[in-house]
Design a protein around this ligand. Structure first.
Ligand code: NI
Length: 237
């Protein structure tokens, strides 16, 4: 697959991330895990049986959770992978049915890309909040007013689709990782699976815990809202 989430959109999320709501309440005491470093791995463009399975195996061995933004048309025949994601505590979200640029579509076309993917996820995992990651990370106001889901982008993009160089991707992620980061990778590439698992090992050794996107924001007291764009969950200072 040559179509992957382009990096250009990372530029726009810097501002978007600043629009997050304030935490509703201050942490109570030492029992609150607010000092723990949390980080979210996210994977786009799957599922793909061989690579996604190896990733799930590796995450399970490490006790790490992740979030998968799935392409709807790739789900039929691989439903067991989605069920496994749910059973093992991972989060899944919508990455459209056909991996198309949503900002180029009219409202009916947008709905035709979102609903079938969301419906598949609901059939497999039940009703729930299925986050949206638009292909290429591109949104506009018309789109945001139409989507009935929070829109989640990222804060670290090693552009794994470019050279598929595991060592470079690991270095990039470790250089930029901080509490509250959202990392973008693609579980359709073996090199990216290798990179992800190496990153988990390295950051767990630094005291990070890998959580789902929703858990990342929940831990900050942030309620994700429909039609808003989130790129990170850095602690408020
Ligand atoms: Ni994509």
């Amino acid at each position: 697959m040559t179509i992957v989430c382009a990096a250009a959109a990372a530029v726009i999320l810097t501002g978007a991330a600043l629009t997050l709501g304030q935490p509703e309440a201050a942490p109570a005491s030492a029992s609150q895990p607010t000092q723990e470093k949390l980080i979210a791995l996210t994977f786009d463009d799957g599922p793909r049986r061989l690579t996604t399975t190896r990733l799930l195996d590796g995450l399970a061995e490490r006790g790490a959770l992740a979030t998968f933004f799935l392409i709807g048309k790739q789900i039929p025949g691989q439903e067991d992978l989605i069920l496994r994601m749910g059973q093992e505590g991972h989060q899944v979200g919508v990455h459209t049915y056909n991996h198309v640029l949503l900002t180029g579509l009219d409202p009916a076309e947008v709905e035709a890309e979102l609903s079938p993917c969301r419906d598949l996820l609901e059939e497999l995992l039940g009703p729930g909040e299925y986050l949206l990651r638009p292909p290429y990370g591109l949104t506009n106001q018309a789109l945001l007013s139409q989507v009935r889901a929070p829109v989640v982008l990222w804060s670290i993009d090693p552009e794994d689709w470019d050279d598929r160089d595991t060592a470079r991707e690991v270095e990039h992620i470790l250089e930029h990782a901080r509490d509250g980061s959202i990392i973008l990778l693609h579980d359709i590439f073996p090199e990216s699976v290798d990179a992800a698992l190496q990153v988990v090992d390295a950051l767990q050794a630094q005291g990070y815990r890998f959580v789902t996107v929703s858990q990342l924001f929940q831990a900050r007291g942030i309620t994700l809202e429909m039609g808003r764009v989130y790129g990170s969950a850095y602690p408020q200072t």
